[in-house]
Design a binder for this molecule. Structure first.
Ligand SMILES: *Cc1c(COP(=O)(O)O)cnc(C)c1O
Length: 708
């Protein structure tokens, strides 16, 4: 028994456990209450559990045998004989890809993410790990984490900083080849900022995180990595310099000679300048040649067609910060400023990291086919004389890391029908074909198990919020399990239109309270802490739900995060996505739903524009865009109601067999899994990045990625 604790501790040292349900449950079984309170963080559980309790529970739930098995699996995972990456990306083994991102969403216990971008980055690392692709993540460690959402009595979002203890995370100092911890420095106006370099293992992948809590720093600089997206423009540009310049320096200090820099979003664009500076100052390269080399070996992924989603630093602020980089590059400040401007000679114009990234990478991509088209149009003016279709921005459609988002029960179903090793060939269409011959009752019953669990979770969360707000409990319990359950959870911003269904309350009332074909809805989502409009949307939706007509049928649950997301994706029947086309660059939550046997109900935007085949879910509207937004909203609301009333609800309730199973609905579930499972997973995304972007960039060839 005394060897058990060190073994358990060893298991927590690699975030591999985050996508191994059978390992997560070891910690849950030790103490469910502790586990839940500690944001499902196994290190906190081990720290708080008493030796007696550990001994008792370990014997009760067979922990020693399970731990030995998990440790052996982890060891095997980390020392593979062969992987997809060794076969297809072996050339990069000694020189990995450096993947920069401002946020990484790996697990709810490591709160260094806010939403979609971070979760995508987390999934990227996990699939790179599974496939054995040589890649290193580079980011910042926000030591105060991100905020949690709590609604107050006015149903207005409060952003609460939840204390979390870095000691409860498997972060260790990253060391150089002499075994010494590494610190990097970055020049900021009038001072030098230092950052400790920490690392955490995500399976086979190292994630390097910079942390400014070092003695040499002034308090204002310690605050630089306190919070994600927490400050003003000045703090933001300094965070971006730290990530880009500091991140590139950290790689070098650790002896990691990256073959390719991949900038996931423009926040890390300064890394490109630092990369060139090094070639100039230490290898004596000509500045223009160095910039050209950096461009041919770097990849940039842009993530949004929403104009306000791209940073714009006022010219003065940028000029104040870019002096040291310009000097190191042997360029004038004016020349460097010009790299971040559409027109380099437009001296008053703000500095845009996205523009810098587009100018200094030969390979750029959007995150869905439609977003590729939209991005080429959006940035056409950066390439004067180039036709829109020839703008060098391609696309790699996002995907999701299946083991992270898949319910255990669904995984068992896949293992028994697609084969025990189906996860190692996720991207092959024929892997998924056998789903069509699974008995409909098996897949339906599996879904009912997930749905019951999700409804319990939603009720509990919603009831806890009502109690805290002093609102009367809803009696009888809302959301009857036999009704169609539709979910909507995402960031609350106007273009995602969380209130689209609330534009006609009488019609919504008729829809949800139909006596024979009722519909239940669950909403969740946060607004950025500084976004008053988004908070207003949350308030509007949450207040409408207090209407006696909706109280039993529609719930809002607080604090949408990885955990809440996972619970919703796994148990709902239909997933609603109604953004203003074409502003949703990709969207990934619907993919997580599809893998768990839910159906996507979506505007033909982002990934759905290329995924929908007429039978693998539902499409709202035809994809046409009206010039007037109000007209478009009205039309989409009409299309949405009609779709729900005439297609979604009837498919769910009609054509039921003797056992009460909706035959058409289940057929559609299967068709959805078969046609979408192989394409919209993160293994496919990583393979696309390797084949179309990383390998060509590693070779440094100047050929441009052909538009799709
Ligand atoms: C998947 C996910 C997202 C991104 O989903 P979208 O469809 O892009 O909105 C955001 N937040 C959480 C918690 C997620 O799991």
């Amino acid at each position: 028994m005394d060897k058990l604790l060190p073994k358990l501790q060893q298991l927590t040292q690699n975030l591999w456990w985050t996508w191994k349900p059978e390992v997560r449950t070891i910690f849950r079984d030790l103490d469910l209450d502790l586990y839940t309170k500690a944001h499902q963080n196994p290190m906190s559980v081990l720290k708080q559990i008493t030796p007696d309790q550990l001994e008792q529970r370990a014997a009760d739930v067979d922990v020693p045998a399970r731990v030995d098995r998990a440790l052996r699996q982890l060891h095997e995972y980390c020392t593979p004989i062969t992987t997809w990456g060794i076969t297809h990306a072996g050339a990069m083994r000694s020189r990995p890809i450096a993947y920069f991102c401002m946020e990484f969403g790996i697990h709810e216990s490591l709160p260094i993410y806010s939403g979609g971008l971070g979760i995508l980055a987390g999934d990227h690392l996990k699939s790179a790990s599974d496939l054995g692709i040589p890649l290193v993540g580079v980011g910042l460690l926000y030591h105060e984490g991100y905020t949690s959402q709590v609604l107050n009595k006015d149903l207005w979002q409060q952003d609460v900083v939840e204390p979390f203890d870095i000691a409860d995370l498997p972060l260790v100092p990253a060391v150089d080849r002499h075994g010494e911890p590494v610190t990097v420095s970055v020049e900021l106006p009038g001072r030098t900022v230092y950052a400790a370099v920490l690392e955490v293992m995500v399976g086979r992948i190292r994630l390097i995180l910079l942390d400014t809590r070092v003695k040499a720093n002034e308090p204002q600089d310690v605050a630089l990595t306190a919070r994600l997206y927490g400050g003003d423009q000045r703090m933001r540009i300094q965070q971006e310099l730290l990530l880009g310049v500091g991140g590139a320096r950290a790689l070098r200090a650790l002896g990691i000679n990256a073959s390719v820099f991949h900038l996931n979003e423009g926040h890390s664009a300064f890394a490109l300048l630092e990369r060139a500076r090094y070639r100039i100052q230490f290898d004596g390269m000509d500045p223009h040649k160095a910039l050209a080399e950096v461009a041919s070996t770097s990849v940039f992924t842009t993530h949004t067609p929403v104009d306000a989603g791209h940073d714009r630093f006022p010219a003065d602020l940028a000029a104040e910060h870019l002096g040291p980089l310009a000097a190191g590059l042997g360029l004038s400040l004016d020349e460097v400023m010009g790299l971040g401007r559409v027109n380099p000679h437009d001296h008053g114009a703000p500095f845009m990291p996205t523009v810098l990234a587009l100018k200094l990478t030969r390979r750029a991509n959007g995150v869905s086919a439609l977003h590729g088209v939209v991005s080429r149009k959006m940035w056409n003016h950066l390439y004067p004389g180039t036709k829109e279709e020839a703008v060098p921005i391609g696309h790699v459609t996002n995907g999701v890391h299946l083991p992270t988002w898949l319910a255990t029960e669904m995984n068992h179903l896949y293992e028994s029908h697609l084969g025990p090793n189906y996860q190692s060939s996720l991207t092959r269409p024929d892997t998924w074909t056998p789903i069509m011959s699974v008995s409909s009752s098996e897949i339906w019953e599996t879904k009912q198990v997930l749905k019951a669990r999700t409804i319990r979770f939603i009720r509990k969360r919603a009831a806890a919020m009502r109690e805290r707000l002093g609102l009367p409990a809803i009696e009888p319990a809302p959301l009857d399990p036999d009704a169609l359950l539709i979910g909507f959870a995402r960031r609350f911003v106007p273009y995602k239109r969380p209130d689209l269904l609330f534009t006609d309350l009488d019609r919504l009332d008729r829809l949800v309270n139909n006596p024979t074909r009722p519909v239940n809805l669950v909403f969740s989502g946060r607004a950025h802490p500084a976004d008053q409009t988004g908070k207003g949307l949350i308030q509007k939706v949450a207040q409408l739900l207090e209407d006696p007509r909706f109280r039993h049928r529609i719930l809002f649950i607080e604090n949408y995060n990885i955990r809440v997301g996972r619970m919703l994706y796994q148990g709902i029947d239909g997933w609603l996505n109604n953004p203003q086309r074409p502003l949703e660059a990709c969207g990934t939550s619907g993919m997580k739903v599809v893998l768990n046997g839910g159906l996507h109900i979506s505007v033909r935007d982002g990934w759905w524009a290329e995924a929908y085949d007429g039978e693998n879910g539902f499409a709202i509207g035809s994809g046409e865009i009206h010039a007037d937004q109000a007209t478009q909203d009205q039309r989409d609301a009409e299309d949405l109601f009609r779709l729900l009333e005439e297609e979604v609800v009837p498919l769910y309730y009609d054509d039921r067999n003797a056992a009460g199973m909706p035959l058409g609905w289940v057929e559609r579930m299967k068709h959805s899994i078969r046609t979408l499972g192989w394409r919209f997973n993160a293994d496919r995304m990583l393979q696309d990045y390797v084949n179309h972007l990383y390998l060509p960039a590693a070779i440094g060839s100047s050929c441009q990625m052909p538009p799709p």
